[in-house]
Design a protein around this ligand. Structure first.
Ligand code: C5P
Length: 244
């Protein structure tokens, strides 16, 4: 590992303790098969393939019965599994931040990334790290909202068209200094926090918006898995063509 006396390090934290109830499957969505591997494997590979990411921590639920059934050896000592997941995504992230505390400095950058976003690319991670730089406010990948946004008032009827100017859809990774994120989440109402940035915003910080990519989609519904498989297969065949 790089010396802490030098620049702050970048590490990744992947909350993977959810049950993925919207997938209508026997398995949590991070373990569903995708291109011959569990979804989580692709997610971890994307992060581990970035040289500037020093280490990857994955947060599992205490009762996880699936992680040990798969082969993670390709990640070697770059990956640590923590069995400390909580009842919400934010609680899992907070537990992970606490568990990794002995191994990081408060100024180190933590990139929190959903286990269910397996199509992340190294280029996107590099863009986030480069754009945030050493800005203490941190930042997130996100996409400007292209569709017209409607608010439902109940019964499947529209009560309002929400002006979309300035609206972005948050993605992950979301990148913050370890000590600042730990403090923000420690003081937050965890069941209302759906991403790290919102906990940071509550402390008065204005995180940076960094252009994400539509391919960095979150697997939520069964059809998303088909889309992800198509995206990964397209990338694989492009790589094979380039390598002759
Ligand atoms: O369910 P959702 O798509 O919002 O989950 C986002 C991420 O948070 C997933 O990677 C999921 O495994 C994780 N999560 C968690 N602990 C929970 C709930 C969700 O780590 N209790």
């Amino acid at each position: 590992m790089t010396s802490r006396l030098l620049m702050p390090r970048h590490v990744a934290l992947v909350p993977a303790a959810g049950t993925g109830s919207r997938m209508d499957a026997q398995l949590p969505k991070q373990y569903l098969p995708l291109a011959g591997r569990p979804v989580l494997w692709h997610t971890l590979r994307a992060l581990a393939s970035v040289a500037r990411i020093d280490h990857v921590w994955v947060v599992l639920s205490a009762g996880d019965q699936w992680f040990d059934r798969h082969d993670w050896s390709v990640f070697g000592a770059r990956l640590t599994a923590l069995r400390c997941g909580g009842p919400s995504r934010a609680a899992s992230v907070l537990a992970g931040l606490r568990a990794m505390q002995p191994h990081v400095a408060g100024s180190d950058w933590v990139l929190v990334h959903d286990a269910a976003r397996p199509c992340l690319t190294a280029d996107l991670v590099e863009r986030l790290i480069d754009t945030v730089g050493e800005d203490d406010a941190g930042g997130i990948l996100a996409l400007p909202i292209a569709d017209t946004v409607k608010r439902e008032g109940g019964g499947g009827r529209i009560v309002e068209t929400v002006p979309r100017a300035g609206l972005w859809a948050a993605q992950t990774p979301q990148m913050f200094r370890h000590a600042m994120l730990l403090e923000a989440l420690s003081n937050a109402a965890l069941d209302q926090v759906t991403d790290e940035a919102s906990a940071m915003e509550a402390t008065g910080v204005q995180p940076r918006l960094v252009m994400g990519d539509v391919c960095n989609m979150k697997i939520t519904l069964p059809a998303d898995l088909v889309l992800a498989e198509t995206l990964l297969a397209g990338r694989q065949s492009r790589t094979e063509r380039q390598n002759g």
